[in-house]
Design a protein around this ligand. Structure first.
Ligand code: NAD
Ligand code: MG
Length: 378
């Protein structure tokens, strides 16, 4: 039976890799829903390629254009439209690959509508991991990680007794400034920060990879996905990005997952889980890679890891504050209103000033998110 999949954020970088997976496995994957916010040409192209997919455009105007080009097609729009796609009766699985937290309500709705959830948008697990995992548990749905590190850990944990896990080791490329000095970091431009050495990705995550907030967000994401306390989550710098992450067990064994730097593999595993197929991803030739390096992160120069550890340990509203402040700071940096180290400073300031709520409701999380953005923008 084919898995019927809705892709929210189909016109982005993860969306594009997802389409490669769907094209490689037409007998296993059927695309039944596609959304894109402001790239209607690409959405139109995908709509023609996947003729039974419901569509969701960013605005009413682009929805009208799509309807005119594709008579008889179901076209939704806006946040409401994302929610409609997330709860489509004919879908088995919803992949959320929207940058930021706009996919949170659709993600919860997908689980509440009895679907499995594949999560690329780490921000939603950072903001509301407890709520997402509790909803999955209540509904009996799966939360399948697409982020390469979490997909790797998910694979390493299969068949293992959770009580034997000593720690999760997230690998991190180190980003474009792995060897930079404090003085270099002070003058980084958006253009330099967008140039990632090993992965080609959307703008927000590329900046996050340069500040190491990407790894910080991933530490908190791992905490919720795998129900593991923060003190058992470590980060190691691995510039080749071949080992996607590892799990250390109590007996001293470390199990690692390796593959090429292509998001098609984790996406495919999340979509076809628990099955494996020969698909879109090229094989890995370790003799060509030659060397795998590992080193400790420079937490003094890159405070994102310590800030994330603090947020993930405290829980409550603090991860939502870290995440929202980071989103606002990245936007300000890309617009030239904030320096590169200003991103860390803005996040730290928001964490120190937004009032803490230990057991927040979803509305309190959203309020903390808004307050954190205001702190950064003030
Ligand atoms: P991207 O910017 O390339 O694409 C984002 C997609 O979301 C686009 O389709 C866009 O139209 C849509 N979108 C953006 N804002 C929206 C909004 N407010 N409402 C509705 N739709 C919106 O981003 P990406 O690199 O594909 O990343 C997507 C998510 O996946 C991010 O959360 C990122 O952290 C995560 N992720 C990405 C990668 C990667 O390799 N690109 C790896 C791991 C995790
Ligand atoms: Mg990742």
């Amino acid at each position: 039976m084919r898995k019927r999949v809705v892709v929210l954020g189909a016109t982005g970088s993860i969306g594009e890799s997802t389409m490669r997976v769907a094209r490689a496995l037409p007998e296993h994957i059927e695309i039944v829903g596609l959304s894109g916010r402001n790239n209607s040409e690409r959405l139109l192209g995908l709509a023609q390629e996947f003729p039974s997919a419901h569509l969701c455009a960013g605005s009413e105007a682009s929805a009208e254009e799509l309807r005119a080009a594709l008579p008889g097609r179901q076209v939704h729009h806006g946040h409401e439209g994302l929610c409609e796609l997330a709860s489509l009766p004919e879908a088995d699985l919803v992949l959320v690959a929207i940058v930021g937290t706009a996919g949170l309500r659709p993600a919860l709705l997908a689980l509440e509508s009895d679907k499995d959830l594949a999560v690329a948008s780490k921000e939603i697990l950072v903001m509301a991991g407890e709520q997402v995992m509790a909803t999955a548990e209540r509904m009996g749905g799966r939360v399948l990680p697409v982020d390469s590190e979490h997909n790797a850990i998910f694979q390493c944990l299969e068949g293992q007794d959770p009580s034997t896990v000593k720690r999760l080791i997230l690998t991190c490329s180190g980003g474009p400034f792995r060897n930079a000095s404090a003085a270099d970091l002070a003058s980084v431009t958006p253009e330099q920060a967008l140039r990632h050495p090993t992965w080609s990705m959307g703008r927000k995550i590329s900046i996050d990879s340069a500040t190491l907030f990407n790894k910080g967000l991933e530490m908190i994401e791992a905490r919720w996905l795998f129900g593991i306390p923060m003190e058992k989550i470590d980060v190691v710098i691995h510039p080749q990005s071949i080992v996607h992450s590892m799990v250390e067990f109590v007996d001293g064994s470390i199990i690692a997952q390796m593959s090429t730097t292509d998001m098609a593999l984790p996406i495919q595993y999340a979509l076809t889980y628990p099955e494996r197929y020969a698909g879109a991803c090229a094989p890995l030739d370790l003799t060509k890679v030659g060397t795998l390096d590992f080193e400790a992160p420079r937490t003094d120069l890159f405070p994102a890891l310590d800030l994330a550890r603090r947020a993930g340990t405290a829980g409550g509203t603090l991860p939502a504050v870290l995440n929202a402040a980071n989103e606002a700071a990245v936007e300000a940096f890309l617009a030239g209103r904030l320096s590169f180290p200003g991103i860390w400073e803005g996040v730290a300031r928001a964490m120190d000033t937004v009032p803490f709520v230990e057991h927040p409701t979803l509305d309190q999380l959203i309020a903390a998110d808004h307050a954190a953005r205001l702190v950064v923008e003030s």
